[in-house]
Design a binder for this molecule. Sequence first.
Ligand SMILES: Cc1ncc(COP(=O)(O)O)c(C=O)c1O
Length: 446
Amino acid sequence: MNASLKSDWVARSLNSVWHPCTQMQHHETVPLVPVSHGRGAWLYDADGQRYLDAISSWWVNLFGHANPRINAALKEQLDLLEHAMLAGFTHEPVIALSEKLSALTGGVLGHCFYASDGASATEIALKMSFHYWRNSGRDSKREFVCLKGSYHGETVGALAVTDVAIFRDAYGPMLRQAHVVTSPDARQAQEGESAADVARRAAGDLEKLLQESSESIAAVIIEPLVQCAAGMAMYDPVYLKEVRALCDRFQVHLIADEIAVGCGRTGTFFACEQASVWPDFVCLSKGISGGYLPLSLVMTRDAIYRAFYHSDVTRGFLHSHSYTGNPLACRAALATLAIFDEDEVLRHNRERAAKISAALAPLVSHPKVKHFRNRGMMWAFDAVVDDPAKAATFSRRFFTQALQNELLLRPIGRTVYLMPPYILDDEEIDLLASRTLSVFNQVVEA
Ligand SMILES: Cc1ncc(COP(=O)(O)O)c(C=O)c1O
């Protein structure tokens, strides 16, 4: 593809596509990359320039681009059934996927409800919890609790339990008010405090709220172990144990939004496993379809499912989306889960993560790095940038510099993070680590 075609794509895109999560004017200085194809961990632009996709294209692409096994499964499914509505119909991919996911929870979360995007899964979990209490004759329980810095998506219901000012503030008057409680973010540790101490302190704040208001609270929604969009705020698993105990004690649902942290990202398939607790609802999306097709789902306990099972139609969960349980998306998810089993991905990721951590060691002691942290296949650190003007543009400058060094990295504010696909080989690990360090040096020294 020649350079004029590349600039043609950029011009046409800027003319006709409204890109997500973007102040479009920034594209006057920040490059727009016209991607032509992907292979493994790499994306290739229209003139053959390559970029190591170190954030798995917004955390979805677990086993690389154009994965031969997922491709083959989809091609086969395409010739069988591309789509059928799920109300009144069912099909093998959605059945097999629901059974498989339920088995991964040991049958604790026995039913799966499907949608397409993460935000829809959040909305479904909130609505199910609300409706459960109504069906149970406790319709005073209508409110929701989220964590400071929480992110659960950007549709109006999901935004109501999202506490990230830049996404939320413009729409504040449209949104339902949620209770926002202290985050267990381990970076808040005071002198002599451990991450577990911070987590217990944060749980104390939730306990106080529930003591006062549990009669009006339906559910607490959390991102287990890592609050991703808040800037990869990592916390101690004891928080999950404490929250589970509080939710039991005060009869409040626990919704685990594992949209970003699920599917092995934190080291276990579900992040909640690291605290040996099961929530009442788990939301999954992103990596579940291997980054192939939009798919989200909410898993829930059978006791909750049964509260909707009735001769009265209005007690049913009448929510739907046109593409609910799309067979191609479910097939991509089944192929993704098969790779987890066949390749013992969680075990190999432990080895891979140890190598990545070792390769990133020079950043741990870097004078301009604060709070270097890691959980499973996620790494993050905060850049120390004293000049406020430079701090404000850090993310964009880093993104641009990274592209020039064959890396796709897109910091959140001053937090640089890596969430690579689970397929990096030793050479790619070395390249990723050494280029991240050199891009960081170029940006903080500029
Ligand atoms: C934890 C979490 N929940 C929900 C969402 C929303 O997912 P989607 O962007 O697919 O609507 C995201 C997306 O980043 C997320 O990280």
